[in-house]
Design a protein. Structure first.
Length: 227
């Protein structure tokens, strides 16, 4: 792990889903009702949610926000996994609105904030999704800004999404430390000019070698050791 830039970041910016919030928590809450197909359902739901955002972004179509895509992806997952009862649809969607954070998240955010760091969320999630999730998890007050791709009518990895942070905080890209569990998101942020920290929770092999992260961590707790 090598840093490209010297000095502390002016802001620590976090992707939301998969980075702060456990996207598989919704299905986990209903594991007993879903049965053995639960993990498969959850994996497909997440994969299609992301795929739909990439396709819409490439088409320049902002007619469906990230919550719409989340619903569409779940509907597809139910069709793909017929053993899962579609009657659980509403319950799963409600659980997705109030996802659990990963265990280290509250303490990490608190420590960064106590050290004077400026914090923000930058996500494809819609405004309503992000504010509800942060409020439900009890972490909303840590953030100086919650930025939704909905504001620019496209999705990551469009540069306009990352630019929301620099414009709002009036800082240069290389003053931002951007944390995401999504390697493609890290590539997009690095291309934009952010310092990047890939939160590689599941030990995935690296890719996008020409857009390497500045650091790779297994979770967010390691951030507090850098300041």
């Amino acid at each position: 792990m090598t840093a490209r830039r010297i000095g502390l970041p002016a802001a620590y910016v976090f992707d939301a889903y998969g980075t702060l919030f456990n996207v598989h928590a919704a299905v986990a809450r209903h594991a007993g009702e879903i049965g053995e197909a639960g993990q498969q359902l959850s994996d497909i739901w997440r994969r299609k949610q992301l795929e739909y955002s990439w396709v819409r972004g490439l088409m320049g179509d902002s007619s469906r926000d990230f919550w719409d895509l989340t619903e569409d992806a779940l509907d597809y997952a139910f069709r793909k996994v017929p053993s899962a009862d579609p009657k659980l649809r509403d319950a799963l969607l409600e659980s997705y609105r109030d996802l659990d954070t990963f265990p280290e998240v509250p303490a990490t955010l608190r420590t960064l904030k106590e050290k004077g760091a400026r914090l923000a969320i930058l996500s494809n999630g819609s405004r309503d999704m992000l504010h509800r999730a942060a409020r439900s998890a009890g972490i909303e007050t840590f953030f100086d800004g919650i930025f939704s791709a909905e504001e620019c009518g496209t999705y990551k990895t469009a540069p306009a999404v990352y630019d929301m942070v620099t414009t709002a905080f009036r800082i240069y890209p290389d003053a931002v430390s951007f944390q995401s569990s999504n390697r493609w998101d890290i590539a997009g942020a690095r291309k934009f000019g952010f310092r990047t920290v890939w939160i590689n929770r599941s030990g995935e092999p690296d890719e996008y070698k020409d857009l390497a992260p500045d650091a790779i961590l297994p979770d967010l707790a390691g951030l507090t050791k850098t300041i």
